[in-house]
Every structure is written in C-alpha cells, then in structure tokens.
Design a protein around this ligand. Structure first.
Ligand code: RET
Length: 325
C-alpha cells in the first residue's frame, strides 16, 4: 500500500494561485491626450507552493506512551534486581539500569512532543516542485542511541572480557555510526542532490556498523574463549541476537527517514519494537542468565563499592592522613 498516495496530485487540490497587482510609481493615469483615463493596474498571477507535512497521528502518539510505560516498568524491575544482588556483582545491573533510564526519558520526551523537527524530503515525482513535502523526524532517538548503544556494547564487551583497547574501538566506531546516521536523517532532500548526500551519510554509517561488529565478533570470540563455558555461550547468544536486531535499524531507517516509504506511525512502532527487544529483551536475558564468578573481569573491586573503613592515624579519615609520612 502506498501511503504517499493520499498526498499525490490526484487527491491534492490544484495548486492555489495568488494574484498581485502593482501600483506603479506615478500612478496609472495618462499624462497626454485630452482624456483623463486610467490604465489597468499591472497584475500577475503566481502559483503558491503547497506545503505538506507528513507526521504521526493518534496511533503513533499512543505507541510512544505505551513504549515509555514498558521502559518504566522494565527499569523498576531492574532496580529491584539490583538491590537484591551483592554490590560487587552489580556491574551489569548498573549499565542496564542506565540504558533503560535513558530510553525511558527519551520516550517520555517524544511522547510529549519534544525532540522533533520537520525535514524537507524528496518529491518522488509529485507534480513539479510546487508541492513541498516535510517529514517529521524524531531526532530524540539519536540522542538516546548516542548514549545507550555504547553502554550496550560496553556490556557485551565486558561479558566477553574484551580488551579495553578493543572495547574503546567498538564504542568510538559506534558513536561515529550514530552521528553519521543522524546527519543522514537531517539532510534536507527536496531535490536529487540532497537525496544523494542523505544516502552518502547512510553508507558511511553502515560501513561503521560493519566495522564495529567485525571487531566485536572477531576479538570478542577470542576473548570469550578464556571465560567459563557458560559465559562464552551467553556472549555468543547475546551478540548474535543483538547483531540481528541491530541490522533491522538501518532497514527501518531506509523505509522511513531514508526513502519515505512508510508512515511516521509505522516508523514509531517499528523502532519501538526494536528498542524494546534490543534494550529490555537484552537486559533481562543477560541479568537472568548470567551467573557471577569471583574471577570474572566484571566483578567490581572492593574499594569501588565500599567506602573506606580505615580512620587514619590522626583521626581525619583515610584520605586526611595521606602523605603524612
Ligand atoms: C542508522 C542509519 C544509518 C545506517 C545505520 C544505522 C544504524 C543504527 C543502529 C541503531 C541501534 C540502535 C539501538 C538502540 C537501542 O537499543 C543510524 C539507523 C547502520 C544500529 C540498538
């Protein structure tokens, strides 16, 4: 079904026109001859551009609220699991709670109408350039992804025991992917050259996607070989699941922000399903299936989770006595 049909010229009223008359300096009366006749005012008729906004309806707005509610409930569940876990084993709980908090706030923002703008998009052959199309862009999701995707990758990398250098490489490549993806989404593409720049940014972002997953799979599997069997299995499962889910993002992008093939409502629902699976699904699988062992790279050191117990020789506390000898 072509949702754009409703905007095509057959169903669009003819382009309205504006007629203007200009009163020339000196008036329109004749100066010669005996008569006092007036010349007609010079007039011209212009077509007025017809502006069309493609935006979410009640369906999309409701979906945003529902997804916000799911993240809120999911976050509460994770917080409950966190307080019931020993402090030193809360690494994955902390990272996951952060991911869900950011997602919750971002969906709340979008639900109340924040983080949105209108981007000029290509006409796709619709009657010349006089129909101007603007599509609603929820850019708030890119701000969400900018923070949540690095955290999800940190969580996956830590599970595998990936080196700090490779983890940083994965995260920086991911940030680059999201930023170039946002550039693709905000590129005004009213004409073909704008459309070309949009897909150029999309291609750059997609290459980063492949690089980041290349590093994560190759180095991650090597690192996971040094972990207990169950951890290696969980890493393989979560990495494969995450990879498959993440591939769907550029597909949804291509159909919505990219080529404007589906409505904004469909876009909201598709991204919503993916976000819930990639964040909530991931988190709960990880927290339920992962069992801590004392020597895992993710077990937090004592000094990190406990406040210093010592008082120092001068009674000013551990830090007050530093450097006295
Ligand atoms: C974009 C468009 C440009 C090409 C590519 C993209 C990839 C986006 C991804 C997003 C993942 C988001 C997640 C969010 C929260 O859980 C930016 C859509 C490759 C992979 C997992």
């Amino acid at each position: 079904m072509d949702f754009l049909a409703q905007f095509k010229p057959t169903s669009i009223a003819p382009i309205p026109t504006t007629t203007i008359s200009i009163s020339p300096p000196g008036g329109t009366h004749t100066h010669h001859g005996g008569s006092h006749g007036h010349l007609p005012l010079p007039t011209d008729t212009f077509p007025t551009p017809d502006v069309h906004y493609i935006h979410a309806t009640h369906v999309g707005h409701t979906a945003l609220w529902v997804i916000f509610a799911l993240f809120t409930i999911g976050l509460l569940g994770v917080l409950l699991m966190t307080v019931r876990t020993e402090k030193r084993n809360r690494f994955f709980h902390g990272v996951s709670a952060l991911v869900l908090t950011i997602a919750m706030v971002s969906y709340l923002a979008m639900s109340v109408g924040l983080g949105v703008s209108y981007i000029p998009i290509h006409n796709h052959g619709v009657q010349g350039s006089l129909h101007h199309f603007f599509r609603q862009l929820y850019w708030a999701r890119y701000v969400d992804w900018l923070f949540t995707t690095p955290l999800l990758l940190l969580s996956l990398s830590s599970l595998a025991g990936l080196s700090p250098a490779s983890t940083l490489a994965v995260i920086l490549t991911d940030v680059f992917m999201i930023v170039t993806g946002l550039l693709s989404a905000v590129t005004p593409a009213r004409w073909a050259d704008g459309e070309r720049s949009r897909w150029a940014f999309f291609a750059v972002s997609s290459v980063s996607f492949l690089i980041l997953w290349g590093i994560l799979f190759v180095n991650g599997m090597k690192a996971a070989n040094n972990r207990p069997r169950s951890t290696k299995g969980l890493f393989t499962l979560l990495a494969a699941m995450t990879f498959v889910l993440w591939i769907a993002y550029p597909v949804v992008f291509g159909l919505s922000e990219g080529a404007n093939k589906v409505s904004v409502d469909a876009e909201i629902i598709a991204y919503g399903v993916l976000d819930v699976a990639a964040k909530l699904g991931y988190t709960y699988l990880l927290l339920f299936l992962h069992s801590h062992d004392e020597h895992g790279p993710w077990t937090l050191p004592e000094w990190w989770v406990e406040s210093p117990q010592v008082n120092g020789p001068d009674g000013r506390g551990a830090y007050g006595s530093l450097g006295r000898d």
